[in-house]
Design a protein around this ligand. Structure first.
Ligand SMILES: Cc1cc2nc3c(=O)[nH]c(=O)nc-3n(C[C@H](O)[C@H](O)[C@H](O)COP(=O)(O)OP(=O)(O)OC[C@H]3O[C@@H](n4cnc5c(N)ncnc54)[C@H](O)[C@@H]3O)c2cc1C
Ligand SMILES: NC(=O)c1ccc[n+]([C@@H]2O[C@H](COP(=O)([O-])OP(=O)(O)OC[C@H]3O[C@@H](n4cnc5c(N)ncnc54)[C@H](OP(=O)(O)O)[C@@H]3O)[C@@H](O)[C@H]2O)c1
Length: 595
């Protein structure tokens, strides 16, 4: 494999795990990173054009499900690590696996194009020495999905004399000290930015056009929610999502709405003699009527905002909820969607991000679900919509977003043997762990192809180009149908049932062969022969150490399955014991406080 040169673009979690997985299979890999640090958005950057987690950002996934497959996360981290702690973890991962000498920092990849002879890729870079074109056999894109800021239309931008910025440029509350600020949006970023500004500014408004399901990271007893979602439970959920989507989405929305109201009820003023039911009703009224946090987009289209401190901040009046942003109306005035005016010195648009397609202009886009087939280059050249009739519409224009043609949101069918995108699938689980699984799958698929028929699995791992194209069309049609129902649908939102099976099969983790959902007979053998391992996998939080525990490739044939890790069993035991200990202590604390 050493004669196959692979470029990895971006050294966030996606690029980093790709570098490690591809090196593990023996490929000659070089990573390009425009920053001076690894870890992607988890390494804080003052640069206003680089998205980064704030120093006070707290992850929305717990440490119990956050370790990469052969490098356990620090046990001493809090249940939900902070942004800087995750950044530190990725940097120590890179050092542990000696990845640093494979990385070229301060190097921006401007674009990737097919070379003249059509047998390799030209990677156009800018580094401190200037511009250069480098040749690679294969390219992995790990350049992130939160890179291009989305701005709402601002027809009267010229009227406003205050500060206007996107959350991408927000780094700390300092520049806003004692100012009046409007934060626009109600996603995780908007809530984080408001909470970061809280206490530093003179007045803090948060404007949103519709609500968002917003839940605490914890159950009432102090146990992280995601620890309850074991492998068999999630497999059952994915199966039912696939077979009975209408029912599952109603159930998911109901469960999450109930949790949101139950979380909010914790902060209702304790009136003497008030019943639990009345407290919930009170919280429900406040959430729906006073704060308009419900209704919000269905869980079918986006994930919830995950916050504990936002509702207390609303209660205390530190954050003043207002209607969505409509336009600028004067020197320091903003017109809201209910036609009210607020006076502010700064507006921070936390209105999300688009995928950056410009990096590979030849990539195929759309071509199904009513959108014409075109290239990324054409899609990027499209004029922004800025028409009067749309501006006057009550809601924002429903401009159809473009979707890249990627099989499983990873492989462009035309170039599946040499191009993979690892940042664009929007999974339901911890993003960096899914990035690692996907990178293991890509490494196996390309290793099998390179080894040819000797490996026994060559080409069998990916379907034919026609089949991939048919699957892409079906995905686009499904995605656009959902987007029509609710335009909060996330780009690349994966269909979990087939997506995870594909990744695990391709990576060769052996997990589905040994354990599936609880009503499948698959796990009985493991339950019978190895009760301990079964318990950790079936009952414990769903961590990634299990991906390296089953031996699926004893002869080490390229493409037959990722390498196991000798420490996997120990890591699984320790992770389970740590979690159990944490749960016992949390429950004891909860019982004491209830007594
Ligand atoms: C504030 C915030 C908090 C989040 N919290 C969570 C969370 O708690 N849990 C979760 O699962 N997910 C979370 N996410 C989602 C996040 O996308 C993933 O956690 C993860 O960072 C994705 O990894 P990535 O490597 O694809 O992208 P990134 O982390 O964005 O890394 C991309 C890297 O590519 C580099 N790059 C980009 N373009 C180029 C180029 N042209 N040339 C060279 N280098 C380039 C960038 O500098 C960067 O280092 C969060 C996202 C944000 C914005
Ligand atoms: N602590 C954490 O774990 C953390 C922190 C920050 C971010 N993240 C993650 O990072 C990703 C990006 O999050 P994000 O909050 O930046 O983006 P997001 O989830 O896409 O939310 C964008 C918000 O902006 C609103 N919006 C979009 N376009 C608008 C417009 N034209 N006018 C008015 N409002 C508009 C949306 O409202 P509508 O619903 O009305 O469209 C939504 O409230 C997510 O995956 C998120 O979970 C995680």
């Amino acid at each position: 494999m050493e004669d196959i040169k692979i470029a990895v673009i971006g050294l966030g979690p996606a690029g980093l795990t790709a570098l490690k997985s591809l090196r593990e299979e023996g490929f000659d890999v070089i990573g390009f990173e425009r920053r001076d640090e690894l870890g992607g958005l988890w390494s804080f950057s003052e640069n206003a054009t680089f998205t980064s987690a704030l120093n006070e950002t707290v992850c929305n996934v717990s440490k119990f499900v956050s370790g990469l497959s052969d490098y356990p996360i620090d046990k001493d981290y809090p249940p939900y690590p902070t942004g800087p702690q995750i950044g530190k973890y990725f940097n120590s991962y890179a050092r542990h696996f000696n990845l640093l000498d494979r990385v070229r920092f301060h190097t921006t990849v401007n674009k990737v194009t097919r070379n003249r002879s059509g047998d390799a890729w030209d990677v156009h870079v800018t580094d401190p020495n200037g511009k250069a074109i480098l040749c690679f056999d294969k390219v992995v894109f790990g350049h992130g999905c939160e890179s291009v800021p989305i701005w709402p239309p601002m027809p009267s931008r010229g009227l406003f004399k205050g500060t206007v910025m996107h959350s991408q440029a927000y780094k700390s509350p300092e520049p806003f000290r004692d100012k009046r600020v409007l934060v626009v949006g109600i996603g995780n970023t908007a809530c984080d930015v408001s909470l970061s500004l809280r206490g530093h500014v003179a007045k803090l408004y948060q404007g949103y056009r519709r609500g968002r399901i917003m839940v605490s990271r914890y159950l009432d007893n102090g146990v992280p929610v995601d620890t309850q979602l074991s492998w068999p439970i999630m497999r059952l959920k994915y199966l039912l999502d696939d077979k009975l989507p209408w029912l599952m989405m109603q159930l998911a929305d109901k469960m999450m709405t109930d949790k949101m109201i139950s979380d909010a009820a914790r902060f209702e003023p304790a009136t003497l003699g008030i019943s639990r039911k009345e407290r919930l009703n009170q919280a429900g009224r406040r959430v729906r009527e006073d704060w308009r946090l419900l209704p919000g987009p269905s869980m079918a289209h986006t994930h919830p905002a995950v916050q504990e401190d936002f509702i207390p901040a609303l209660h205390q009046g530190d954050i003043i909820p207002v209607h969505g942003f409509k336009d600028f109306a004067g020197d320091y005035q903003i017109l809201l969607q209910d036609d009210a005016i607020v006076e502010v010195d700064a507006v921070i648009f936390c209105t999300g991000y688009d995928l950056d397609f410009s990096i590979m202009p030849e990539m195929d886009m759309d071509g199904a679900g009513g959108m014409p087939l075109q290239t990324a280059g054409d899609a990027c050249r499209e004029e922004p919509i800025d028409r009067d009739d749309i501006r006057k519409a009550k809601h924002e224009p429903k401009r159809k977003p473009h979707l890249p043609r990627l099989f499983q949101m990873i492989f462009p069918p035309r170039w599946a043997s040499s191009v993979a995108f690892l940042s664009w699938m929007a999974p339901q689980e911890n993003v960096w762990c899914v990035c690692e699984l996907a990178s293991m799958a890509v490494a196996q698929i390309w290793a099998a192809e390179a080894a040819g028929s000797a490996a026994g699995r060559s080409h069998a791992l990916l379907p034919s180009m026609d089949e991939m194209n048919a699957q892409v069309n079906a995905y686009h049609t499904w995605w656009r149908g959902e987007w029509e129902k609710n335009n909060s649908m996330r780009s690349g939102y994966v269909r979990a049932y087939s997506f995870y099976r594909f990744l695990h099969d391709a990576a060769g983790t052996g997990l589905y062969d040994n354990l599936d959902h609880m009503f499948s007979g698959r796990g009985w053998r493991l339950w019978w022969y190895d009760r301990e391992l079964w318990t950790w996998l079936a009952k414990g939080p769903m961590n990634s150490y299990s991906w390296r525990v089953f031996e699926t490739n004893p002869q080490g044939i390229p493409g037959y399955g990722r390498k196991t890790w000798k420490g996997a069993r120990k890591a699984l035991r320790e992770a389970y014991e740590d979690y159990e200990e944490f749960r016992r202590q949390a429950e004891a604390r909860h019982e004491q406080s209830e007594a």
